[in-house]
Design a protein around this ligand. Structure first.
Ligand code: DAT
Ligand code: MG
Length: 139
């Protein structure tokens, strides 16, 4: 079934001019970029987006990194988009990411790991709605 997932190209990647290279991997895997915008996250936006991690020791560092420089927020569409993008991204820790994945190719560390992707269909819907209205998504 055609599905949508939410993606962020993180500051470590936008800073190194990797937006196009990452989009090439995304599109090469058959995911369609059906919405995309460059934005500098406010601290409130980043805290809300990652609020499930609020109690984790790295939360402050994560919010700091996500707000340091612009990000690119995206909606990706494909069959099984959520699982497919998780596969294309690779493991959270780039040392454990498979060859050819975005994180294996581009991530600097477990924290600066270049991309975010939703971990469930339900969260994809919640995350997309934080950044895009329906009319901004053109499938
Ligand atoms: P993912 O981004 O693969 O879904 P996650 O949801 O567990 O991973 O964590 C969200 C982000 O938090 C992750 O992309 C980078 C940061 N993070 C996770 N674990 C970390 C750790 N042990 N040290 C530093 N940052 C971490
Ligand atoms: Mg996650």
């Amino acid at each position: 079934m055609t599905e949508r997932t939410f993606s962020i190209i993180k500051p470590d990647a936008t800073r190194r001019n990797l937006t196009g290279a990452i989009n090439a991997v995304i599109e090469g895997a058959g995911l369609r970029i059906v919405a995309q915008r460059r934005v500098k996250l406010s601290e409130a936006q980043a805290r809300k987006f990652y609020e499930v991690h609020a109690e984790r020791p790295f939360y402050g560092e994560l919010v700091g990194q996500m707000t340091a420089e612009p990000v690119v927020v995206q909606v990706l569409e494909a069959e099984n988009a959520v699982a497919k993008y998780r596969e294309v991204m690779g493991a959270t820790n780039p040392e454990q990411a498979a060859d050819g994945t975005i994180r294996k190719q581009f991530a600097l560390s477990i924290g600066e790991n270049s991309v975010h992707g939703s971990d469930s269909i339900e969260n994809a819907g919640i995350e997309i709605a934080q950044f895009f209205t329906d009319d901004q998504i053109v499938g």
